[in-house]
Design a protein around this ligand. Structure first.
Ligand code: ATP
Length: 282
């Protein structure tokens, strides 16, 4: 096993009642990278991730996660893998501090619960009972439980669903901190901006297969796509042109206008544009 590889998957297959949910999926995640899995509803993301986490059985294929087959997980392996589920159990009568402290007890080299509570932005709620938390605070607690064991590899399933914009930014900072400290992170998300800002590479799953893997700015040959240049015309209307050489076009417009080009914008397809095209084509 290559020590640079955190996850290696070959020809993964899983069917439910004869219908393939995962249909020959290959995937490699490098150690230390943030890898985002994108894909439409029902594409097979959760099934894949749960197989990697050791919570679902595969029908076929080779899978190694931190060098171990997750179908035969060891206690040591479990302690090296952190999982943030969507809503971790119910501990309504316990406080945030009690729950995080309780989970810390499951791990051989757990982090300080108070530090983790601070890290996820719940310091002000440490003594609150979990039933009194808002939805977004509850997700932060889920994250605290996923990282208190100081995992080498962290799985995050749609981590910021229900977060307000400020909470999302804070959460992104937390993920960046964890990544900077060397944690390998695999996240599923439906938010393209989240994938773009966090991920070193994104993988698009459709129909149970990985259809493309690339850094967010390269997905679908994005950076080679035509740029759209638009500007305001002297009569107050708008004009737009697609160009492979937008710099030259802008220079030409600047000469034509004798200086500043009114209302000038130059855009390339967003990650969302490219993603939707990719999914739509299937
Ligand atoms: P979403 O974005 O909606 O979470 P997903 O990409 O995570 O979707 P999966 O949950 O992996 O998709 O589902 C893939 C396919 O497998 C879907 O067609 C789903 O209906 C089916 N499926 C998933 N889990 C089960 C199950 N336990 N029993 C039967 N079918 C299932």
């Amino acid at each position: 096993m290559d020590s640079e590889v955190a996850i290696a998957v070959r020809d993964l297959r899983k069917s439910y009642g004869g219908t393939a949910a995962v249909d020959g999926l290959d995937l490699d995640v490098r150690r230390g990278e943030v890898f985002a899995l994108l894909g439409p509803n029902g594409a097979g993301k959760t099934t894949t991730v749960e197989i990697l986490e050791g919570y679902r059985r595969r029908d076929a294929g080779d899978v190694r996660v931190l060098g171990v087959d997750p179908a035969a997980p060891t206690a040591d392996w479990r302690s090296r893998v952190g999982i943030v589920l969507q809503g971790t159990g119910e501990f309504d009568e316990l406080t945030v501090r009690e729950v995080v402290g309780h989970f810390a007890g499951f791990y051989p080299a757990a982090d300080d619960p108070d530090k983790v509570i601070e890290q996820v932005g719940l310091a002000g709620k440490a003594r609150a009972r979990t039933h009194s938390l808002s939805g977004g605070q509850r997700r932060r607690l889920d994250v605290a439980l996923g990282i208190v064991g100081r995992p080498e590899l962290l799985f995050l399933d749609e981590p910021t669903t229900g977060f307000d914009p400020e909470a999302r930014r804070e959460f992104w900072d937390l993920i960046r901190d964890l990544a900077a400290a060397g944690t390998t992170i695999v996240l599923t998300t439906h938010y393209l901006d989240e994938a773009e800002t966090l991920a070193d590479r994104v993988g698009v799953i459709a129909g149970g297969r990985l259809v493309e893997v690339a850094p967010p700015d390269r997905l679908g040959n994005r950076e080679d796509a035509l740029a759209t240049v638009s500007w305001r015309t002297p009569d107050g209307g708008w004009e737009r042109a697609e160009s492979a050489t937008p710099t030259a076009l802008v220079a030409e417009l600047a000469a034509r206008f004798g200086g500043e080009v009114p209302g000038l914008t130059v855009t390339r397809p967003t990650l969302e544009d490219v993603y939707l095209r990719m999914i739509g084509h299937r």
